[in-house]
Design a protein around this ligand. Structure first.
Ligand code: SAM
Ligand code: SF4
Length: 345
């Protein structure tokens, strides 16, 4: 753990340089996920434990603090930002924040992950904020199951939100977490729902956050099973899709053979991990920098800022924290205590 005790920090921090952020395993960091709030209007079974504690308003990074940090990260080579939460659309004035961040010259793209519940209201202002893309979480297109998984979520409202964002010209992808209830019927219906709208669905293997306490017992499909189900359901072979450099992320993509519109992705952290090509860091809503999703150590950038740290000192903390980025996750033997709702995916 790196602390914000400026005396300690200042003594051991690397000197500021213009070097890009490259970790011990030669991975260049160009992508930052920022949680803007740790609260949510949904309560998904696999994400939010009953006993989660939310931060108080004054503990959240202010927009000025976020802006200051992103200017610094941009200088260090971060080019792509993902706004997440909790649910990012419940942070008041979220579109204003995105519009402001989009003015930072070297930030090439700002995207968001959302449960979609507030998109009907926000689609227009998000479009105007220069947001490029939204990944909407959708685990089923069955209303009763959706309400159960999200603890009261409204499927119709989410679908209206997706359609409102599409109408504004915002690119949408779907995120579907694979649970024991995710069977061939669910996978087929999610693909059909997405492809009818020109959207790419992505199936995500559940990660054992919250010390593994939210991983429900039961057989669950892995990447290889999902590919087989899609092949069989749509009676077609699959063709791998090669993404361009700007689109590098954890998902791997396939098309149904001969149909470029039927693209789907799989994020297979558990069965086919992609740590070798990890290009990201994560900033929590309270300003803790995490270099790995799978481990609990962090650097308290908010604490440092509120103690008066200079940009050079914060840069030193970021670089030092990068030295703690692991080569790969150890989810199968060691689960992090942190909650997905708190770190933002
Ligand atoms: N509330 C927003 C949403 O649901 O999209 C953003 C935050 S949510 C934590 C970000 C992403 O993490 C969502 O796509 C969600 O489905 C996914 N997620 C949550 N818990 C997960 C877990 N245990 N394993 C894998 N993905 C998870
Ligand atoms: Fe909320 Fe998203 Fe977590 Fe569901 S996955 S509880 S919508 S943060």
């Amino acid at each position: 753990m790196i602390t914000s005790d400026l005396m300690d920090v200042n003594e051991s921090l690397p000197t500021p340089t213009t070097d890009p952020l490259i970790d011990r395993f030669n991975r260049r960091i160009t992508y930052l996920r920022i949680s803007v709030i740790d609260r949510c209007n949904y309560r998904c079974l696999y994400c939010m434990p009953d006993d989660v504690e939310f931060s108080k308003q004054q503990e959240l990074l202010t927009f000025d603090e976020i802006y200051r940090l992103i200017v610094l990260f941009a200088k260090l080579g971060i080019k792509r930002l993902r706004i997440t939460g909790g649910e990012p659309t419940v942070r008041p004035q979220i579109s204003e924040l995105i519009a402001r961040l989009s003015q930072i010259e070297t930030i090439e793209a700002i995207v968001m992950t959302s449960n979609g519940h507030r998109l009907v209201t926000l689609a227009e202002s998000l479009k105007n904020s220069n947001l490029c893309e939204i990944n909407v979480s959708l685990d089923t297109v069955d209303e009763a199951d959706f309400s159960k998984i999200t603890n009261g979520g409204n499927l119709r409202q989410v679908i209206e939100g997706i359609d409102a964002a599409l109408a504004q010209g915002i690119k949408i992808k779907l995120n579907t977490v694979v649970m024991p209830s995710t069977d061939a019927k669910v996978i087929g219906s999610i693909c059909s729902f997405a492809w009818e709208r020109g959207i790419v669905p992505r199936f995500i293997e559940q990660m054992p956050m919250s010390s593994g306490s939210l991983v429900s017992v039961g057989h669950r499909l892995m990447a290889v099973d999902i590919r087989k189900i899609i092949e069989e359901t749509f009676d077609s072979q699959l063709v791998p899709v090669l993404m361009d450099q700007s689109n590098i992320g954890p998902a791997r993509y396939w098309n149904l053979s001969g149909d470029a519109h039927s693209c789907f992705g799989i994020i297979s952290a558990m069965s086919e991990n992609f740590c070798d090509s990890c290009n990201r860091m994560r900033l929590t809503a309270t300003g803790k920098l995490h270099t790995c999703l799978a481990f609990d150590d962090d650097a308290d950038l908010r604490g440092a800022m509120r103690c008066g740290a200079s940009d050079a000192m914060i840069e030193g903390m970021i670089r030092k924290n990068l030295d703690y980025k692991r080569q790969g996750h150890e989810f199968h033997s060691k689960q992090p205590q942190k909650h997905m709702i708190s770190i933002g995916g």
